[in-house]
Design a protein around this ligand. Structure first.
Ligand code: HEC
Ligand code: HEC
Length: 515
């Protein structure tokens, strides 16, 4: 299963789309475990393992790992927290729709409903589970979302550190604690502002269910359990669910048709501080980041999955504002960072990549740090340690193994700030430099290829272990009055269209070639 992880991103997008189609309720049917066995062998074994123990050949590359069916425990359960098995409908839903944010695909294109009931019988047999649970989640009367309900929910979320203990004050899952699943493997609390990573969905009812049941096999507890000191009444759970659903409505979602970062021209001085309100005037473009798995040591388990970018420019300079959620502020030397880190702790870091020269034909260098024929510029920012302040370096790169630090960087400057699970970094450089053969030049109205890399220092990411985007475009929009670049805009639309088509066909290919 090469590329399981980046496929899982495409899959998440597809799954999110499927959720919107909103399937009607399914009624449980009995499956035939013997018929299901053949389906299991063909479609499920490579991840979930011959014995159903989650140890299929592809498993070691997957984060989170495939479910071990021999334990009979499932994450997404709408039977009560003290029921000992999920409803068959819960299993049906996860198999049909898949689990966003993981490698678990949705099977609705390849398996009929009856096939799914059959394979459910097979996987239940691994744990000798029989029948259906009696106790169900009690939904009482749903509280509609409103400003009051959301405010009440936020209070309960924070009270006694009830949810913030793991999910952070703003819900970004910026861990304050090291969490493990029942298998002793490291797990992360969900970043509740990223609905595309929810295994079920970010609908209030689904969130209510998760709060009521907890997420079995993980440390996410039930808040309906009378034994819990932080128990919530039904009404309170609806308030919290409405609050969490409101967090998921974020402006930082990826739009597949958005491939161009539009930089507006401003008068005066560019905002150098990441929290300067002037940045609010620049619309963010958000891109997926995927693990680096093509060159050198391949690394499948990167922590950062998106980056949002804004840009502004003046006559003289260009500034980029980069924002990405990172659960851990990784500052070597810091005791707290040390306890949260997995293995070795290095600095958090990110890099912006430009071609050294923009070719007239719009061909771009090799996306992974260029090559000898078409080198790239990298602007690499690092968060610093307790001894050394943050830093930025201009590098010339001709591939992942060939990066040279250099002088004469056109006055490249950087300022970063970390708050509540998010890094914000501003990078500023002169639009023109003297070494035009070695540096990208920022001309107005020109489509400039741009790509991003990120390293999470608490997740053993350094060197070639990192997350990255593909190439996108930066456009310094000519100010009003300058000639509109009709041709350039047409090209951008065309390229946007091609990317959307490409995204769709990758998704389709994935489905066709699925095991
Ligand atoms: C490419 C790997 C892969 C394949 C193929 C795959 N799964 Fe999964 N599956 C996963 C992963 C990873 C998880 C765990 C996700 C998590 O823990 O959030 C999972 C979880 C599940 C769950 C648990 C749902 C829950 O609520 O906990 C079920 C049920 C399941 N898979 C059934 C199947 C069936 C049936 C098939 C074959 C038709 C299948 N899977 C094929 C990777 C896979
Ligand atoms: C002890 C830590 C902990 C606490 C406390 C906690 N959670 Fe979680 N939560 C987790 C973990 C871990 C996950 C991810 C589980 C997984 O790996 O799938 C999670 C996942 C979630 C999800 C994602 C559901 C999905 O479909 O993927 C929601 C929503 C959520 N938590 C809401 C809450 C709310 C609301 C509270 C407070 C009432 C809360 N959590 C308290 C640890 C916690």
């Amino acid at each position: 299963m090469r590329g399981g992880v980046e496929n899982s991103i495409v899959r998440s997008i597809v799954a999110a789309g499927l959720l919107l189609l909103c399937h009607g309720p399914v009624l449980a049917q009995t499956g035939d475990a013997e018929k299901g066995e053949a389906i299991y062998q063909k479609r499920c074994l490579q991840c979930h393992g011959e014995e159903g123990d989650g140890l299929g050949p592809a498993a070691e590359r997957l984060n989170p790992p495939p479910r071990d069916f021999t334990l009979g425990l499932y994450k997404i359960q709408s039977s009560a927290f003290d029921a000992d098995l999920p409803n068959d409908e819960d299993l049906f839903r996860m198999i049909r729709d898949g689990m966003p944010g993981t490698a678990m695909p949705g099977w609705s294109d390849l398996l009929s409903e009856q096939d799914i009931w059959d394979v459910i019988a097979t996987i239940k047999a691994f744990a000798e589970l029989e029948g259906e649970p009696e106790k169900q989640v009690d939904y009482g009367t749903q509280v509609e979302s409103s400003a009051e309900s959301i405010a009440a929910g936020r209070k309960l979320f924070l009270a006694d550190d009830r949810c913030s203990e793991c999910h952070g004050v703003e819900g970004k899952g910026d861990a304050v604690k090291k969490l493990k699943n029942d298998n002793g493997e490291r797990t992360w609390p969900r970043n509740l502002t990223k609905p595309w990573t929810y295994r079920a969905s970010a609908d209030a009812k689904d969130i209510f269910t998760r709060i009521s049941v907890g997420i079995p096999t993980t440390q996410m507890p039930s808040f309906a359990d009378p034994k819990s000191k932080k128990k919530l009444s039904i009404e309170e759970r609806w308030h919290v669910a409405n609050y969490v659903a409101s967090l998921a409505k974020t402006g930082k979602t990826v739009r597949a048709d958005n491939t161009v970062i539009q930089a507006a021209r401003v008068e005066g001085v560019l905002p150098a501080a990441p929290d300067d309100p002037a940045w609010d005037t620049a619309p963010p473009s958000t891109f997926f980041m995927v693990p680096q798995i093509v060159g050198k040591e391949r690394f499948f388990k990167t922590a950062n999955d998106t980056i949002s970018v804004r840009a502004l420019y003046t006559d003289e300079k260009v500034a980029l504002h980069l924002e990405w959620d990172d659960r851990t502020k990784s500052i070597p030397g810091d005791d707290k960072a040390r306890t949260i880190a997995d293995e070795e702790l290095t600095e958090d870091s990110m890099a912006v990549q430009f071609p050294t020269k923009i070719s007239a034909g719009m061909e771009k260098p090799y996306f992974l740090m260029g090559d000898a024929a078409k080198p790239v510029n990298l602007w690499r920012w690092s968060s610093g340690t307790t001894q050394v302040p943050e830093s930025v370096a201009a590098l010339d790169a001709k591939g992942i193994d060939d990066q040279q630090a250099r002088d004469g960087d056109g006055g490249l400057a950087a300022k970063g700030a970390y708050r509540d699970g998010t890094w914000r970094v501003v990078l500023t450089r002169s639009r023109k430099t003297e070494t035009t053969d070695r540096d990208v030049q920022f001309e107005e109205g020109r489509f400039i290829p741009i790509a991003f890399f990120a390293w999470d220092g608490s997740n053993s990411e350094s060197g070639s272990r990192h997350a990255m985007t593909t190439w996108y475009w930066l456009l310094l929009k000519p100010s009003a009055g300058a000639k509109p670049m009709i041709a350039a805009i047409v090209v951008a639309l065309l390229i946007g269209g091609i990317l959307v088509w490409w995204g769709r066909s990758v998704a389709a290919r994935r489905r066709d070639s699925a095991p």
